[in-house]
Every structure is written in structure tokens, then in C-alpha cells.
Design a protein around this ligand. Structure first.
Ligand code: PMP
Length: 430
């Protein structure tokens, strides 16, 4: 697992952290002050925002970058010869360079801007999948997948006559990694797995999966939507062929995301959407296409979103990563310890390290009712199937409550959560 998490590198995933020490090492008050929305009240209570896996709040640096772009540099990219178009193009391509550095990709040409993780996976399914999948072929997923890394594969497999194959859970609810070599038989053309499960926060051993797949010359796509906000992701170190993430779970704007694709892979892929920006030349008789990444970015892109994403990555990159990982781990450990001590609460998930999120259920109380009760106290969590219905079904559940943290959360907020759950237990029991 080395190289996947800063906490992993220092060997302390899962160990209890000193909340006070981690919070002061981070200057938590100063970090919180940079997120304007955190200071608002909800139902007359201070907001306790623990729904970060759904989307994070945005720091002033991101709000300012987007605002400044539209106020000072707005124009369309690439085609214009005038000053503002060049400024907008430089901002957009500069954002691509920022993402390239953030993921440690070899070249900015390996970074395709998309609307988010969902569109990134659809791009690979439609472009790579249509060219490489046929009857008798299979795509291997894990039971942990978000619908975004499942339904696009179902759709393309159906169209091409290929099949889905799934890494199952063990009886203990762990991903059955021992099954992977057997599942990777001659029919598997691609492996597509989450780096971190959004529903459970479980970390998947992506490097091991990549190694097993690559021994058999099978490419691997990693859904990093829940990993990038918490881990230092290095796509060269992971060795994956594709890596997808969304801007909005990493302090950036909605509507912008990234597909990293290894250069040789993107070069060999056909476009998936046609239009402006993605062509080299167009005649009625036929068209030729631009090189990657522009081949995959038809139409006017989300320039302001890319600028905001770059600001978010700079903001995140400016935080001391080891202290941040220790702090987030400390919050999850605190939540797990205190929730587990509440009668009737069960934590969901096996022994895999938890990254960013924690799922639980309270006996006799539907997670939606628990979520609504906590909302009245100003505590925002998520309740439901978390777009991972097959996973919940495999666990014999239809819904869980999920608390998910970001660097700006505090030990006091975790206490607000756990005391709220305790009050909910008494309320619904009584
Ligand atoms: N994969 C995972 C693991 C997710 O948590 C999410 C949702 N944030 C997605 C994919 C889809 O992301 P988006 O809705 O931003 O495209």
C-alpha cells in the first residue's frame, strides 16, 4: 500500500490520533475561516457539515479564482486571436498543468477535463469500450462501485455483447481479493475499481489490483472520486491506465472533473463526442481529429470550473498533508469509537482502513429519519444507498447513515454528531 496515502506512508492509518495536536498542527481555526459557508447557521444552530463525500465546501481561494476569471479574463478558449481569448486559453491550459502536477502525470496531454467522475468513466466506456469490447469479453468491477463506475459499463457491455464480472465480498463483508487472480481470466479486457468506497470509506488495494491486471496485460481504470480529497495520489506510482475524479469533492466547483489517461492509451482511443475544439480538419466527406486531450473535449469547456479546480488543488496542496491525514483519521476514529459505544449502533464495513467516511445504522431507526433528526440540530450527514445499491444489497441493507469528513471538521463537530445520534436513539425509543 506504500505510496497511496500519506498516512499509509507514515504507517498510522487507523491509529488513534491526538485531536488537539493534529488540530493545532493544522491551524484549524485559520483553515475554517477560509470557508465562508462554514460560519452559517442551520435551523438556528451552527452548521456541522459532515456530508463531504457528497460535495465539499469551497474555500475563498476557489471562489475568488472563479470570480476573478469571469470578471477579468472571460472569453472563449483556443480559437481567438485577441488578448482575452489568449488569457482564457492560458488559464484553462494552466489549470491542466496544475492537475498534471497534482496527480504526478507525465504530461498535461494525459489530463482530459470532463464534467466529473461520471463523465470520465462514460468517456472511457464509450471510446475505449466500444473499440475493445465484444461478445465473450468481460469488464471486472468490485462490489464496492458507485453507480457511476457500474452503469456505464453495463450499458457498453450490453451494446457490445460483453459481460460484467464482479469481485465479490467475503462472508465478513471484505472485498475478496483472493478471488481476483481467478476472475482475471482470458476474457477480461478491463478492470474498473474504486480507490476508496464512497459508501463505506473503505480503501481498496489498488496497486495490488493494478499489478495483477498488468501481469495479464489488462488495463485498469480507477475511480478516485473519494480518494483524491484525502490521499496523495500519484498515477505513475499506482501504475493505472485511467484515473477519474470530480472537482467538487476536492474543494473545487461542480461541473468540472478529470480523466487521467496514460498517453499511449489516449492516443489510441477514438473521440466519443463530436463538435468544435476536438477536430483537426472538417470536410463534408469526413473529419480528422485533434490529438489528446483536446480530442476528448468537444465544445466550449467549463473554463471557469477548470480555473476553480486549479485553485482548489493549489489550496489543498498548500496544506501539510501528513497533518491533514492524521487529523481526518483522528476524527473518523473518534466517531467510530463513540458511535460504537451507543447501544443499537452498528458500524458498517470490514477491517479495510477507513478514508474520509464512516457508515453506520441505528437499530429500529431508518437512516432517513436519523438524517432528518440530525438536520434539525444543524448536523448534515447523508442517509440512503449512496449510489451503491449492489454493495448495500450484498451487505443485506437498503440504506445507511454516512458521516464524511474534510480537513476543516473538528473534534467538537464529531461530538455534536455522536451526541445527536444518542439523542435520536432516546427520541425514537421513547
Ligand atoms: N465515484 C465515487 C466513488 C463517488 O463518490 C462519486 C460521487 N461523488 C462518483 C463516482 C460520481 O461523481 P460525480 O457525481 O461527481 O460525477
Amino acid at each position: 500500500m506504500a505510496g497511496e496515502t500519506a498516512a499509509g506512508r507514515t504507517g498510522d492509518v487507523g491509529s488513534p490520533a491526538s485531536d488537539d495536536a493534529a488540530e493545532s498542527a493544522l491551524s484549524l481555526a485559520a483553515i475554517r475561516a477560509q470557508f465562508p459557508l462554514l460560519s452559517r447557521t442551520i435551523h438556528g444552530r451552527p452548521l456541522v457539515y459532515l456530508d463531504n463525500a457528497a460535495t465539499t465546501q469551497k474555500p475563498a481561494a476557489v471562489l475568488h479564482a472563479v470570480d476573478a476569471y469571469y470578471r477579468e479574463s472571460n472569453a472563449n478558449v483556443h480559437r481567438g486571436l485577441h488578448f482575452l481569448s489568449e488569457a482564457a486559453s492560458a488559464a484553462y491550459e494552466g489549470a491542466r498543468e496544475e492537475v498534471c502536477r497534482f496527480l504526478n502525470a507525465r504530461s498535461a496531454a494525459e489530463i482530459v477535463f470532463t464534467r466529473g467522475t461520471t463523465e470520465a468513466v462514460n468517456l472511457v466506456a464509450q471510446s475505449w469500450g466500444r473499440r475493445h469490447l465484444g461478445p465473450g469479453d468481460a469488464v471486472l468491477l468490485s462490489t464496492f462501485e458507485h453507480h457511476s463506475n457500474l452503469v456505464p459499463w453495463q450499458m457498453i457491455c450490453e451494446e457490445c455483447g460483453a459481460a460484467l464480472r464482479v469481485i465479490p465480498l467475503t462472508g465478513e463483508g471484505e472485498l475478496d481479493l483472493e478471488a481476483v487472480p481467478r476472475l482475471l481470466d482470458g476474457s477480461v479486457r478491463l478492470v474498473a475499481v474504486a480507490h476508496v468506497s464512497n459508501a463505506l470509506g473503505a480503501l481498496l488495494p489498488v496497486r495490488e489490483v493494478v499489478a495483477l491486471a498488468h501481469e495479464r496485460n489488462i488495463p485498469v481504470l480507477v475511480d478516485g472520486a473519494q480518494a483524491v480529497p484525502h490521499l496523495q495520489v500519484d498515477v505513475q506510482d499506482l501504475g493505472c491506465d485511467f484515473y477519474a475524479f470530480s472537482g467538487h469533492t476536492v474543494d473545487g466547483p461542480t461541473g468540472i472533473g478529470v480523466l487521467y489517461g496514460r498517453g499511449e492509451r489516449l492516443e489510441a482511443m477514438p473521440p466519443w463526442q463530436g463538435g468544435g475544439e476536438m477536430i483537426r480538419s472538417v470536410r463534408f466527406e469526413g473529419s480528422t481529429y485533434a490529438a489528446p486531450p483536446h480530442r476528448f473535449e468537444a465544445g466550449t469547456p467549463n473554463i471557469g470550473g477548470a480555473v476553480g479546480l486549479a485553485a482548489a488543488l493549489r489550496f489543498l496542496g498548500g496544506l501539510p498533508h501528513a497533518a491533514m491525514a492524521r487529523h481526518e483519521q483522528g476524527l473518523l476514529n473518534q466517531a467510530a469509537r463513540r458511535l460504537a459505544a451507543i447501544p443499537g449502533v452498528s458500524l458498517i464495513g470490514g477491517t479495510a482502513p477507513r478514508i474520509g467516511a464512516l457508515s453506520f445504522v441505528l437499530d429500529g431507526v431508518h437512516p432517513h429519519d436519523l438524517g432528518t433528526f440530525l438536520d434539525q440540530e444543524g448536523v448534515a450527514i447523508r442517509a440512503g444507498h449512496h449510489c451503491a445499491q449492489p454493495l448495500l444489497h450484498s451487505l443485506g441493507l437498503t440504506a445507511t447513515a454516512r458521516a464524511s469528513v474534510a480537513v476543516y471538521n473538528t473534534a467538537a463537530e464529531i461530538t455534536a454528531l455522536t451526541e445527536g445520534v444518542e439523542r435520536a436513539r432516546r427520541f425514537f425509543a421513547g
